[in-house]
Structure formats: structure tokens, C-alpha cells
Design a binder for this molecule. Sequence first.
Ligand SMILES: Nc1ncnc2c1ncn2[C@@H]1O[C@H](COP(=O)(O)OP(=O)(O)O)[C@@H](O)[C@H]1O
Ligand SMILES: [Mg+2]
Ligand SMILES: [Zn+2]
Length: 426
Amino acid sequence: MKWSNYFIPTLKETPIGTEAVSHQLLLRAGLVHMLTSGVYSYLPLGLRVLKRIEDIIREEMNAIGANELFLPCLHPIDLWKQTGRDEVLADVMIKFEDNRKRPMCLGPTHEEVITNLVKDFIQSYRQLPVVLYQIQTKFRDELRARFGIVRACEFIMKDAYSFDRDKKGLAKNYDLMYGAYKNVFQRCGLKTVILEADSGAMGGDVSHEFMVPASIGEDTVVSCSACGFQAGASEENAEGKPCPKCKKGNLTAQVAIELGHIFQLGTKYSQAQGAQFLDEDGKQKPIIMGCYGIGVSRVIAAIIEKHNDDKGIIWPRQVAPFDVEILPIQGSKEDKEIKDLTDRYYADLTAQGLEVLVDDREETAGRKFNDADLIGIPVRITIGKRNLAEGKVEIKDRETNEVILAEKGQVKKKVSEMTGSVCRIN
Ligand SMILES: Nc1ncnc2c1ncn2[C@@H]1O[C@H](COP(=O)(O)OP(=O)(O)O)[C@@H](O)[C@H]1O
Ligand SMILES: [Mg+2]
Ligand SMILES: [Zn+2]
């Protein structure tokens, strides 16, 4: 991909009114654009990251036997009345009347819709279990939209739902999801703290939250450095209080971002909506459900919060929008050797399955270096006259800041070592 032909509107200045580093960098690196408070567009570079994260999630969901589908955003309020959640979630629901005067809303979540769908197809225990998921836009009228895409009014969620005939089946699917979530966040370069949580407006008994401690966030986790105990903050579990586990250490508190939330719902929705199945014993029973959410767009913000320096973003390899950036330094007159080498590396690395961005813009070297650090592609190849006079090309690792001078014929080999020969095509 040539930068001159790619829409990456980087900003030199930190946009005003932004408190979170991730919000600043999302805007400065040309990843998102704000339409109005809490509503964002994803620009080409941001969309690439989003797709990478979605791909990781899809792989992990498919690996545990979940099937992807796609549910509507437009919901009739009548459906929500069946569970009473038109009232429970009234504050966040975006409601309106359509031209036929039907009361409608834009889906803030999808338990009611999926239960309604499954009810139409599942009659017998023989058809269970079923696990379904989607990656889709959710709408929540958040009064306090904050930290850019961390708390937005329109955001992308992966939501999954499991349907089982008994509690044992639910527990098994819940464990599979729990494991898949661990993999997803690890593959995104995030260390999570997993907390037993309150199931709140969802209902049900068992629930876990996946938190990433960061310098921003709306939750607080406490930890004990003596024994590693971690929990959500509460009256007993607070900064400076003795550790309830080892009784030796003291707790320290840190704010955290909630990225994922899983629930064992039980029969709350199936009972209210009449989603029953005929069990082996000849009895009609409500289907036992679980629900599982990841804030996909919020994950991008969390990754940036955890992977940045004063110059910009440092993408973990697995989610980077490109694997390699080639930065040719052309003087006032185009140098044929620099151009040929740029084209050759581009062709060779692309053929290896790497995604390559070439900064072919007619900009100063300084501007190109700053932008490269800002958008944070893991590996940068700089081709300039001075090094080339000695047959050398510079390779920089964005994460370690390590710079090596490689023989121009060794670049392909060096880069595949550094990228761990990530192969995107398969
Ligand atoms: N307003 C929002 N903007 C971005 N992501 C959100 C928002 N609300 C929730 N999420 C993401 O969706 C996941 C599942 O949502 P859920 O647990 O239903 O939300 P909440 O914790 O706000 O009740 C959350 O863990 C979070 O990552
Ligand atoms: Mg939650
Ligand atoms: Zn302890």
C-alpha cells in the first residue's frame, strides 16, 4: 500500500478536550474521527486494526464451536416488553417511532432478539447445545460518553449466546468461553485481570469480567504484591487494606478498563419469552442460557493505552494495521536506486504474506519519521542515500527502538526474523 494513495490523516497537535492517551493517539494517528460526542468513524488505518481484532475473535469463537450470525439493529419495543427490559434499560435505549407508528429501538444488546430466534427453531433436547455469536454495532445512549471510543454511544461488540439443556452444559460452554476470552486478550497483547462480577441488569448467578489495569478506566481493581491476590474494589477490598488472602501484604488499587463480560444467565430470558424444549424425560423445559460480550472497539483503545510512548503508538505485531513500513528518503531529485530497492522490498515482503506500507509521500524525512513513530508499525525500513553508499539499509524495531544497519541484500531475511514470519495469507 502506498501512503500517497491511502487515507491516513495524521495530526501534529494533540486535539483539545481529550484526556485519555488512547483517545489522543487514535485521533492523531488518523485511526478515528469524531462525528459528535460518543459517535466515531473508523478511518482506513483504524478499520484495519478493528478487522485484525475481529479476526482473532472469530478464530477463537469458531475454535470452540460457536457459529457466527448477524442480527438486526432495529428492534420492536414489544419484544423488549416480554422481559421488562424496555424499562430496566430505558436510560440507555435509543427509542423512536417508525413511520407506521411502531415503537422501535436501536439494539443496546441482543438477548431478547436471539432468544426469540432460537425459540422458533429449537424444539428438542437433540438440537442442543447451540452457541451463536455476532460482531455488530450496539447503540447505547450513554449520558457520560468518555475517553473516546472507550465509552461511546455507538460501538462494536462481539456478543455470543449459549443454549443448553442443563446446568452442566452451560458450565461447559461457560468454561470454553472463559478460555477463549483469555486467548483473545493475550493475542491482542493485553494482560487481563479476571474478576468475579455482579450480573447486574443481565440477571443470572455466575459472571466474570475481564479487566485491563490502565491509567484510565471506570473500574478499580485491587491487588496484593505479596501473594498476587486480585479483586474488584469494594469496601473491604480497598487501597491500603490488608490482603484478605495472605493477610501479610496490603492492597494497592488501580483503575481498569472492562473489556469483556460473561454471564451464566440461566432461564431468565427463555422463561420470559417461552423458549422451551422437549427434554428426554418428555417434559417441556426452558432453555438454559449464557451470554458473553467483548467490546471490540474498546479493545483498540485498551491496546493503545498499554502500548505507546511519547512519540506514538507501538502496535503489538498481531493487531498492527501493517507489518512493515518502508520509508524511502528521496531528496529533491528522485534517486533510482532508492526507488528500485523500495519496489523490490515491497514485492518481496508482500510475497511473504506481510502487509507493507510505503511512505512514498513528498514530505520531509523528519515529518515521515515522526508519522512513522506516531502510527507505530512494528518494523520500519529506512532507505537513504548515505547508508546506501555503503550498501546498507536501516531497520528499526518500533517496540525496542533498536536500529540495525543491514546489508541491502539481507533485508528480507532480517525482516522475516523480526516479524516472526507472520503470514497473513492462508
Ligand atoms: N458504551 C460503550 N462503549 C464501548 N464499549 C462498551 C460500551 N458499553 C459496553 N462496552 C463493552 O461491551 C462489553 C459488554 O457490555 P456489558 O457488560 O453489557 O456493558 P456494561 O458493563 O456497560 O453493562 C463491555 O465489557 C465493554 O467492553
Ligand atoms: Mg459489563
Ligand atoms: Zn496477599
